[in-house]
Ligand binder design. Sequence first.
Ligand SMILES: NC(=O)N[C@@H](CC(=O)O)C(=O)O
Ligand SMILES: [Zn+2]
Ligand SMILES: [Zn+2]
Length: 351
Amino acid sequence: MEHHDSIELTQPDDWHLHLRDGAAMADVVGFSARRFARAIVMPNLKPPVVTTEQARAYRARILAALPEGSDFQPLMTLYLTDHTNPSEIERAKASGLVVACKLYPAGATTNSENGVTDITRLKPVLEAMREVGMPLLVHGEVTDESIDIFDRESVFIERVLHPLIEQHPGLRVVLEHVTTAEAVNFVRSGPETLGATITPHHLLYNRNALLAGGIRPHLYCLPVLKRERHRLALVEAATSGHPRFFLGTDSAPHALGTKECGCGCAGIFSAHAALELYAEVFDRAGALDRLEGFASRHGAEFYGLPMNQGRIRLVRRPWTVPEYYRFKDSRVVPLCAGATLGWQVEPVQTG
Ligand SMILES: NC(=O)N[C@@H](CC(=O)O)C(=O)O
Ligand SMILES: [Zn+2]
Ligand SMILES: [Zn+2]
């Protein structure tokens, strides 16, 4: 294996990001803007972003919260509900600002209460999406309480996703934050219109980490961390060069008090070191030469967007992750808090 101390990449994009809103957003958006040129911004606000007008207003708030001089581009999404109308899809497409719609099965994850209860009733909406070429982004877990939480993704694939894809050929679908070998196999054997994002935490940790020496609320997310064999399948998929696997951090900040309590929220904050964490994974796998495809090319190609013009440099220079970052009137505990990471990002001057 070749030893690199610095690598340069086309500037990457984050294809799955929670920016939140208001003061919380202002505290975190700069972390993403420093690393990524664009991000798919998740719509699970309270209340959710269900109309094109709400997406437009949310986008304006994000732009206003960006650090001075940043040209970070938020790519907006709509939150599908039982009441989404096909005409909203046309409006969304025509806006040029909304690039995808998100399917949260009702009750599956954080702020999914207004999500979809019966996916078969979405047929006209999915048909409109296929027609205008708008991808469907999926939180792929069943909500059936009788299904073991570690099986909810694979059961979703069997019961919901497989039939959905059969019934809507041509619809582009992203299975978000894949966590299992079953999901990896399903994507690999699926059509060209099926892609998947992979998070840094699912590449770095297995489910043991949740209970290592005590309960670890800052490693709790949905879908929950899985067994080591699944983590290995994810690392293999991400580092394989397969064009339908791409970077999506699912960075999902929650205030400290809502994580460290009797019923802690699901979501892991990773934006502070997003690219650095992936570099760690690719470096350990001896696959740094494949990081650019995963981080900067595959997602853009899947979404039919141009690759970015800018470049970014990763330098091997150890640093220690802070224990906390400021987060509205509280703090957020970042992924790998207090640990030493091997890589740092630097801007590359162009022109
Ligand atoms: N991943 C998570 O555990 N939480 C996300 C929601 C989601 O992406 O499912 C959040 O918004 O907090
Ligand atoms: Zn999700
Ligand atoms: Zn998410």
